[in-house]
Ligand binder design. Structure first.
Ligand SMILES: CC(C)(COP(=O)(O)OP(=O)(O)OC[C@H]1O[C@@H](n2cnc3c(N)ncnc32)[C@H](O)[C@@H]1OP(=O)(O)O)[C@@H](O)C(=O)NCCC(=O)NCCS
Length: 186
């Protein structure tokens, strides 16, 4: 399996090499305070080059082994990291499902970048990886995530209490999913 290089008008979406750990670390450090509200608590090693070197290697292996597709989103010239979108926890068999998480850099908000990236990445996941269902959940007050998921066609399926430990406590989440009508057999 080849690492995908998904191109859109303004973006390049791919799984970076371990050698790009420094660039990822810059992105993570630059957005540390902005992402805090939406992220699980991070230990100190999350903000080290060694951590990202290992994670990028693992992301590569997990993609090759069919477990996940954890993408970073670059500008189309691959100069700046704009965000990330993780398709994780692939389950095959009669489920054919994965989970989706995403975030943008603080200075990339409100320009349609995540919609552009996810439109292309979801097409890849449905058409190339042949998954049938993508699940993506958000905090009830995360209106930007809610609006994005609605625009992409995700539908609300429920409300889960104390679902994930985000920021500094267990937080309720709105549960959403998108199905791939092209998968008609397994
Ligand atoms: C959730 C998140 C990715 C959404 O980012 P976003 O920029 O609102 O998402 P989109 O790519 O859909 O962009 C839509 C916005 O761009 C604007 N826009 C500007 N140019 C545009 C274009 N060419 N095309 C489409 N939209 C455009 C839209 O009007 C809209 O802005 P508005 O909501 O102020 O009206 C972002 O807020 C984020 O990173 N949040 C922190 C992390 C997080 O919450 N992660 C998700 C956890 S569930």
């Amino acid at each position: 399996m080849k690492i995908p290089q998904i191109k859109t008008e303004r973006l390049l979406i791919t799984i970076p090499k371990a050698e790009e750990a420094c660039d990822i670390l810059h992105y993570v450090n630059d957005n540390r305070m902005f992402h805090k509200e939406w992220d699980p608590p991070r230990t100190a090693d999350y903000f080290t080059k060694e951590y990202w070197y290992e994670i990028l290697q693992q992301n590569h292996n997990d993609f090759m082994n069919g477990h996940s597709a954890k993408f970073f989103i670059f500008d189309v010239e691959r100069k700046n990291i704009i965000g990330h979108c993780n398709f994780s926890c692939f389950v095959r068999g009669c489920f054919q499902c994965c989970n989706l998480g995403f975030s943008l850099a603080e200075n990339a908000q409100g320009q349609g970048f995540m919609y552009e990236a996810l439109s292309a990445a979801i097409t890849y996941v449905f058409d190339n990886l042949k998954l049938h269902r993508i699940q993506s959940n958000h905090l009830p007050h995360n209106y930007r995530s809610r609006n994005l998921l609605r625009r992409l066609g995700f539908v609300v399926e429920g409300y889960a209490r104390d679902y994930l430990f985000i920021n500094d406590g267990w937080q309720d989440h709105v549960l959403n999913s998108l199905s791939n009508p092209k998968i008609t057999s397994i």
